[in-house]
Design a protein around this ligand. Sequence first.
Ligand SMILES: Cc1cc2nc3c(=O)[nH]c(=O)nc-3n(C[C@H](O)[C@H](O)[C@H](O)COP(=O)(O)O)c2cc1C
Length: 183
Amino acid sequence: MFKEISTDQAFMLIEPGNLVLLTTRDNAKNNLMPISWIMPMDFCAKFALVTGRWNYSCIALEKTRQCVLAIPPSSIIKKAVSAGNISGDEVEDKFKECGFTPLQAGDVCAPLVAECIANIECKVIEHIKRHDIFILSGIRAWINPKLRKAKRIHAVGNGTFIEDGKTINLKNFMIKRPNVKDI
Ligand SMILES: Cc1cc2nc3c(=O)[nH]c(=O)nc-3n(C[C@H](O)[C@H](O)[C@H](O)COP(=O)(O)O)c2cc1C
């Protein structure tokens, strides 16, 4: 009934969370990179992300312990992915290079991304160095009301993506969920 696949492919079955742009600011230099290995850890603004020391953003995040998680709409998917093709090490200003506009955040040094649906300002509360897992606490969150309904992007591995499709509303069926107000 089932056909065995390689466990090397298994992460793609679990992966499809939102594609997120992680912004940092180190030594007065703004940077951003797309990440898909990210998850909420509770019914609150606590997130875990996995990165690696080959990324400029990882070092900046470790040093400054501050970042922004920005949610791009699917209309700018190529721009978002292009930020994953180059490193902040190689360019003066990746925002400019990839056509993004940085905005001053409220409480963190990392910039918000003007083109995104929403931005979450975060502080690192734990760094699990063995795996470069960063645990983040969201301290401020912003949404662009004009993009509230924009379709988001989900990375499903190997250079392929899915954009939001049909919404299935099971609010009245999920009796154990906390009563959170819609965005
Ligand atoms: C769709 C997509 C998803 C990615 N997800 C991650 C991720 O979750 N973690 C990670 O460390 N790198 C991820 N990357 C790779 C980084 O974005 C890439 O290495 C980037 O160039 C790093 O930039 P930096 O050196 O300026 O930090 C992803 C790239 C793409 C295109």
